[in-house]
Design a binder for this molecule. Sequence first.
Ligand SMILES: [Zn+2]
Length: 77
Amino acid sequence: MFTIKCSKCKKKLFKYVKVGKGRLWHCWKERIVEDFTIRKGDRVMCLCGNEIGVNKGRYIKLRRHSFTYKGSIDTKA
Ligand SMILES: [Zn+2]
């Protein structure tokens, strides 16, 4: 499980099940366990106003440098 946080205010944004190696570029909605973000149209934002990404339907395309994350990759998908 990954915990994704806002790079500005350090609040939690998502709890996310990440599978596979590599960087985190987008969040598949079916793997988001908890969601603390707010939406403005297609934009996904932190409560502090920091723009985290764009809603692309099945996933959220994340904006680089707007978030930090840590955790471990889940082996079971
Ligand atoms: Zn924030």
